[in-house]
Design a binder for this molecule. Structure first.
Ligand code: ADP
Ligand code: ADP
Length: 226
């Protein structure tokens, strides 16, 4: 089944009295459990696309549907992981992961239980009471993934999530993400400008070009994952 349906999506930015077309007539279907990488040069609209799908950015024309529902704002159907570790520094690791369920009305005990389950799955349960600045970059990014997944989203959206990591940590995180993806019912949309990373991770690569951001092609990747 199709989990994300994008039809004739257009997005303009306004600045200095002019309109700039950031995404032009994008059409795309993404299926349940697919791992899709979105790739293209800087400025082609990759981040804009992921923010629109996340419900964090309005769009000007076309339609974006997740599970047949129009995207009109943030929702627990989509979990988002950014390049910068967007963890609250004044909260513990566990409290960071509990935040999503609590926002959704879960009581403390069930939010804590869910958080601890996810921390165990990402191998950081012993850091539950640590603060983010006590963790390495890769560990922080694992917590960010747990925080995105704890609400059981349909789609995990990742915007250059490993861009700030050193090559060794990055490789470990790629493997880690693949392990998670294989073990749970999740569709991954992964934005990167690194073709090697896209080929390593994706079932399918969506290639955008810049000026204006436009879909050039989608490439099925022969499966050769680690
Ligand atoms: P990418 O992630 O592929 O680098 P972006 O989605 O960040 O591309 O940007 C696409 C285009 O839209 C670029 O030309 C960028 O300068 C422009 N843009 C992005 N965000 C804004 C904004 N908030 N206001 C105006 N222009 C923007
Ligand atoms: P909706 O009411 O559209 O279903 P949710 O109840 O899922 O949305 O989310 C309510 C608010 O909580 C949203 O503004 C969203 O940004 C925020 N939120 C949801 N999940 C998370 C999360 N994992 N981390 C941080 N904030 C979240």
């Amino acid at each position: 089944p199709v989990v994300l349906k994008v039809e004739n999506l257009c997005k303009y930015y306004h600045g200095h009295g002019e309109k700039k077309l950031a995404l032009k007539d994008l059409n795309l279907d993404i299926h349940r459990r697919e791992f899709v990488c979105v790739i293209g040069p800087s400025g082609c609209g990759k981040s804009t696309f992921s923010r629109i799908v996340a419900g964090l950015e309005p769009y000007d024309a076309g339609s974006v549907q997740v599970d047949n529902e129009q995207v009109i704002g943030p929702c627990r159907n989509r979990g988002m992981v950014f390049q910068g570790y967007t963890l609250f520094p004044w909260r513990t690791v566990k409290q960071n992961v509990m935040f999503g369920p609590q926002m959704n009305g879960a009581d403390r005990d069930s939010a804590e239980k869910a958080a601890l389950q996810w921390l165990e799955l990402i191998g950081l349960e012993q850091y539950a009471d640590a603060f983010p600045d006590q963790l390495s970059g890769g560990m922080k990014q694992r917590v960010a993934i747990a925080r995105a997944l704890v609400n059981e989203p349909k789609i995990l959206l990742m915007d250059e999530p490993f861009g700030a990591l050193d090559p060794h940590t990055r490789q470990k995180m790629q493997q880690h993400l693949l392990d998670i993806w294989r073990n749970i019912d999740i569709t991954v949309i992964f934005v990167t400008h690194d073709m090697d990373e896209a080929i390593l991770l994706a079932d399918r690569i969506v290639v955008l070009k810049a000026n204006p951001g436009e879909l050039i092609e989608t490439i099925e990747v022969p499966v050769a994952r680690p």
